[in-house]
Design a protein around this ligand. Structure first.
Ligand code: FEO
Length: 395
C-alpha cells in the first residue's frame, strides 16, 4: 500500500491496527499505530525510515512493487529505534552498498542493534543532500527522544519529516489530520507527548524555536507514527510549545489503590471536599490497579495537582501505585502539586512513602497527608472531606 502526499512523495509504511502495547509492554496503544516510511522520487530517489521488524518482509515486498530497488539512491534513517529501523536489515540485504544517511549517534545505535557495517553517511544539522530539483536538509534532534533522533526537511514541497515528534499512536486508513476524528487525534497526540516527550520538554521548546528561526515554508509535517499534519500543520507545533511549557489544566486527579475499600472511600470523600471548595475544577478519580497506567499518566500530565492514595502493606505501598510512581518519576513533571492519603491498620507508613516519592518525582507537596486507621468511620470521612477542601484551597 502507498499513498501520495505531494507529487512524487509517497507514504510506503505499515498501518498496524492490531498493536495494543508498544515499547515492550510499557505503552498502551488502544487505537493501534502506524510506522510511517516515505519514498521521495526526484532525479534521485530517497527512502526515509522503514518499519518495525515483524513487518519487515511485508514492507520490503510492498516497496518492491513501488520501485526497482536499484533506483533507490539514498536511505535516510531519522531514528534508529527498532520501530523505524526494524526492516533495514531486510531492505539492505537487497541494496547492501546504498548509503544510509543518519546522525553519528544513529550509526552507534544501528550498529548496536544490527551489527552491520553498512555504508553510513553521517550528517549534521544544516547538511543538504540534493535529489535533483529538491534538497533534503537534515536537522539533528538529539534527545527528541533518543540521542540519534533527526528530522529531515524536503525543500520545494516544504515537508518536514519529523520522525517521532508530532506523532501519535493511532491507526487509520486515512492517515491525514483532516480525515480523522479530531477528539481521537488530540487524545492520542496528548498521550504520546505525556508518556514519551515530557522529560525532554526544555529540548522540545529549544528545537522548535530553532526550526521556526530558519523561517522555512511548511506545507506538511510527516511524523513516523499516525497521521500526517497537512491541514494547518503548525497547530501541532503550537500544541507542543504549550505542552512543553509545564502544561496543566484546571484539573485535580485522585489516584488510589485499595485492599478493602477504605482508601477508595477516603478518595471519594476527598473528591467531594474538593468540589465543595472549588466549583470550577475538574476532579477525576481512578483506581490505579483497574486503570491503564499510560492513560493515567496522561491525566497526571493534564492536572495542576494530584492526590495519591494507598493503604499500608508490609510497611510499604501497593504495587500498582509503586509502578505509577516509578513512571511519573522518570517523566519529570514540573509545576504540579500533590498530597498523599491512605488507610492503615497498625504501622501506617504508606502516606509518608507516597509523599517522599512524590517529592522525589518533582511534585510540590501541599500539606500533610491524610491517614485513617482501619476502616474510615464518620470522623475519618469528615476529615477526608475537610482534607479535600483544604487541598483545593492550596492548589
Ligand atoms: Fe517511534 Fe523512538 O521510535
Amino acid at each position: 500500500m502507498k499513498f501520495e502526499i505531494a507529487p512524487n512523495v509517497y507514504w510506503v509504511g505499515k498501518i498496524d491496527w492490531e498493536l495494543r502495547k508498544f515499547h515492550g509492554e510499557e505503552y498502551s496503544t488502544h487505537r493501534g499505530s502506524s510506522y510511517n516510511s516515505y519514498l521521495i522520487k526526484d532525479d534521485k530517489t530517497a527512502l526515509i525510515d522503514t518499519v518495525w521488524l515483524p513487518f519487515a518482509e511485508e514492507f520490503v515486498s510492498n516497496l518492491a512493487r513501488e520501485i526497482d530497488f536499484d533506483k533507490i539512491d539514498y536511505v535516510i534513517a531519522n531514528h534508529a529505534e527498532m520501530d523505524h529501523s526494524g526492516a533495514l536489515p531486510e531492505l539492505m540485504r537487497h541494496i547492501p552498498d546504498k548509503p544510509i544517511y543518519c546522525t553519528a549517534n544513529a550509526v552507534k545505535s544501528l550498529k548496536g542493534h544490527y551489527h552491520q557495517d553498512w555504508n553510513f553517511q553521517v550528517v549534521k544539522t544544516g547538511d543538504k543532500l540534493s535529489l535533483g530539483k529538491k534538497d533534503l536538509v537534515f536537522v539533528e534532534a538529539m534527545m527528541l527522544h533518543w540521542p540519534d533522533s533527526m528530522m529531515t526537511y524536503l525543500t520545494g514541497d516544504a515537508i518536514l519529516f519529523s520522525n517521532d515528534a508530532f506523532g501519535q499512536h493511532m491507526a487509520s486508513e486515512r492517515l491525514f489530520n483532516d480525515l480523522v476524528a479530531q477528539s481521537e487525534l488530540f487524545e492520542e497526540a496528548t498521550k504520546y507527548y505525556a508518556n514519551i516527550l515530557t522529560p525532554f520538554s526544555p529540548l522540545v521548546t529549544k528545537k522548535i524555536n530553532e526550526v521556526i528561526a530558519l523561517n522555512l515554508p511548511l506545507q506538511a509535517i510527516c511524523p513516523s507514527h499516525g497521521v500526517i499534519w497537512r491541514e494547518n500543520p503548525l497547530q501541532i507545533v503550537q500544541k507542543y510549545l504549550q505542552w512543553a511549557a509545564d502544561y496543566q489544566e484546571n484539573q485535580i486527579t485522585i489516584i488510589y489503590d485499595t485492599m478493602w475499600n477504605g482508601t477508595r472511600i477516603l478518595a471519594e470523600n476527598i473528591a467531594r471536599g474538593i468540589v465543595q471548595k472549588d466549583d470550577k475544577v475538574t476532579v477525576k478519580l481512578y483506581n490505579i490497579a483497574r486503570s491503564d497506567i499510560n492513560d493515567l499518566v496522561t491525566e497526571v500530565f493534564k492536572s495542576k495537582a494530584i492526590l495519591l492514595g494507598s493503604p499500608t502493606i508490609n510497611k510499604g505501598i501497593l504495587s500498582a501505585m509503586a509502578a505509577l510512581l516509578e513512571m511519573i518519576t522518570g517523566l519529570k513533571f514540573k509545576n504540579k502539586k500533590a498530597a498523599a492519603f491512605g488507610c492503615y491498620g497498625w504501622s501506617g507508613e504508606s502516606v509518608r512513602i507516597l509523599a517522599d516519592q512524590l517529592t522525589k518525582a518533582g511534585f510540590a507537596i501541599a500539606g500533610e497527608g491524610l491517614k485513617a486507621v482501619w476502616q474510615p468511620n464518620d470522623e475519618a470521612l469528615a476529615q477526608a472531606f475537610e482534607f479535600g477542601k483544604e487541598f483545593a484551597g492550596k492548589v
